[in-house]
Design a protein around this ligand. Structure first.
Ligand code: AMP
Length: 549
């Protein structure tokens, strides 16, 4: 028997229409360096309609991938809502990728129209000769346009293009399974892989972001996505905020600790989201200077394991609660969120909050052991995490004429996503990741968690950052190399750090190889880039001190 329910497609245009009417007074506030620029959701709705008309005039139609090379700002939000709502596909480009990857991605996606911030034109201009598919460039915001003089694709000004366009658009009734957005993974090995989100997945994911299991946005909130809008849709915050009527504070290109602190003091967001390295910088700023950031109730940390010392630092010294979450480009990204279970207090509560958290009903996890067996949720059996659900990728974009790609190392034969993350799950569903499968240190027959060693090292007051990688070892196969960035003015030596570690981990796990480095290399989305460290070690570029375990 079928239900008697209506079958209304879950589309981005519904989020746009709802947010711009019911929550028309909520605002998107863009930081401009000195003061904030404010635009209501009602205006965003009108301008999104104008943008859709303008893009249609440039030939953008249903299914057209349309690129954005933009910071987090109001215009990017308009593109986020207008492009999918008109039936085209929002393709967010990571402005920190190396030139070859960026050009490869634009060509693979077959972008014809690209929206770009004026401040990013110096980055785009040299790539243009290698971007033959591009027909139109639309430049938004400040920045010297003259670098595009004589450039091949036609150049338009965003505001001029919108001016005079109708403020309403008859949004088409789309298939909810149609593509809404396209985002390529950062591609540490091989070519980047395109994840195509559907209208349905964006809609359902936004609902989940707004539950108490996740971040429970409401019209009383101002959300600050420091995580870029090109990194998994800024973790779903723009769509979720528009749906819930939560205002948005967009940092644009002002991502350093001092301007972040200033915009928090001025605009008073209630919730922020970023990778640990960003929050580490802000914590340093807050510790060093007196700032009134009491407005910030919650900080979401994800994208890499959150060191417990960072969590405690925010909470104990500044009264800001950190919520740890796990996700991937392939998971939209909301996977698990670490809210403690009812009744947990003190150390038990902290222990839960430093895990990667629990999954919502829509994301089903399983752990797979080395022999392909499904492992129990006993908090001890460690295996590769696999997930499935309505906002989890089932394959990668194959290009304009290509077929969907389902590589064996990324998808199981029965269609689950292989995350490449290794961990345990407790009987009450809390995930603890011990490593990326490729970062785990296989020493003799035992595995050493690089994340565990890093977390302990970073808890030493003399350590600003620490990254541990596996390096080849004649006797054990692999052993840990500890690379350490000392805190300003700190003088801790290897012996002291090793003794500190020795009190916290088993003796056989203690690294023999140590190197002091000026900073940990970071990926295009601000995570520790262990690939670079491994290469630097292999090429003899690190000054390694070695002593017996
Ligand atoms: P990306 O697709 O760039 O967002 O990277 C996804 C990967 O980031 C995951 O597969 C994890 O390895 C890592 N990651 C994300 N969140 C966390 C977290 N909270 N703890 C540990 N690793 C994480």
């Amino acid at each position: 028997m079928l239900s008697t329910m209506q079958d209304v497609p879950l589309t981005v245009s519904r989020i746009l229409t709802h947010g711009s009417t019911v929550h028309g007074e909520s605002e998107v506030i863009t930081w401009t360096g000195a003061d904030p620029h404010r635009r209501t959701f009602a205006e965003v709705g009108r301008r999104a309609a104008q943008l859709a008309h303008a893009l249609a005039g440039l030939g953008v139609g249903e299914g057209s991938p349309t690129g954005t090379l933009m910071w987090n700002n109001a215009e990017h939000l308009e593109a986020y809502l207008a492009i999918p709502s008109m039936g085209a596909v929002l393709h967010t480009l990571n402005l920190r990728l190396p030139a070859e990857q960026l050009t490869w991605i634009v060509n693979h996606a077959d972008d014809r129209v690209l929206l770009v911030n004026g401040t990013l034109l110096p980055l785009l201009a040299p790539l243009l000769p290698r971007l033959p598919t591009l027909e139109h460039i639309v430049v938004a915001g400040p920045g010297d346009r003259s670098v595009l003089d004589g450039a091949r694709p036609e150049v338009h000004d965003y505001e001029e293009l919108l001016a005079g366009q109708p403020e309403r658009y008859d949004w088409p009734e789309l298939d909810e399974r149609a593509a809404a957005a396209l985002c390529y993974t950062s591609g540490t090995t091989g070519d980047p892989k395109g994840v195509v989100y559907s209208h349905r997945s964006v809609y359902l994911h936004s609902l989940q972001v707004n539950t108490a299991e996740a971040f429970a946005l409401s019209p009383r909130d101002i959300a600050l996505p420091v995580v870029p809008m090109f990194h998994v849709n800024a973790w779903g915050l723009p769509h979720a905020a528009f749906m819930a009527g939560a205002s948005l504070l967009m940092p644009d290109r002002f991502l350093q600790p001092a301007p972040l602190a200033e915009m928090i003091e001025t605009v008073r967001p209630t919730i922020g989201a970023a990778v640990p390295t960003i929050w580490q910088g802000l914590l340093g700023e807050l510790d060093a200077t007196r700032r009134d950031v009491a407005c910030l109730e919650t900080v979401i940390i994800g994208g890499s394991a959150c060191p417990p010392v960072l969590m405690r630092g925010f909470e104990e010294r500044h009264g800001i609660r950190v919520v740890h979450a796990w996700g991937m480009t392939e998971t939209s990204p909301l996977g698990s969120v670490a809210h403690p279970p009812a009744g947990a207090t003190g150390d038990e509560e902290w222990a839960y909050r430093t895990t990667q958290g629990r999954f919502p009903a829509s994301v089903e996890p399983r752990l797979i052991g080395p022999g392909g067996e499904t492992l129990p949720w006993d908090g001890e059996s460690a295996g590769e995490l696999e997930v499935r659900g309505p906002w989890i990728a089932g394959g990668y974009y194959g290009g304009a004429d290509g077929e969907v790609q389902r590589p064996d190392d990324k998808f199981s034969p029965d269609g689950w996503l292989r995350t490449g993350d290794v961990g345990t799950i407790t009987p009450n569903g809390f995930l603890t990741l011990t490593d990326r499968a490729k970062d785990v240190i296989k020493s003799g027959g035992e595995w050493i968690s690089s994340v565990e060693l890093e977390n302990h090292l970073m808890a030493h007051p003399g350590v600003a950052e620490a990254a541990v990688v596996a390096v080849p070892d004649d006797k054990w196969g692999e052993r840990p190399l500890a690379t350490v960035v000392l805190a300003e003015g700190a003088t801790a030596g290897y012996e002291e750090l090793k003794a500190f570690l020795g009190e916290r981990i088993a003796r056989w796990q203690l690294p023999e190889r140590w190197a002091l480095i000026p900073s940990v290399p970071k990926t295009s989305v601000g995570k520790f880039d262990k690939k670079v460290l491994r290469r630097q070690y292999a090429d003899g570029e690190l000054d390694v001190t070695r002593f017996g375990a």
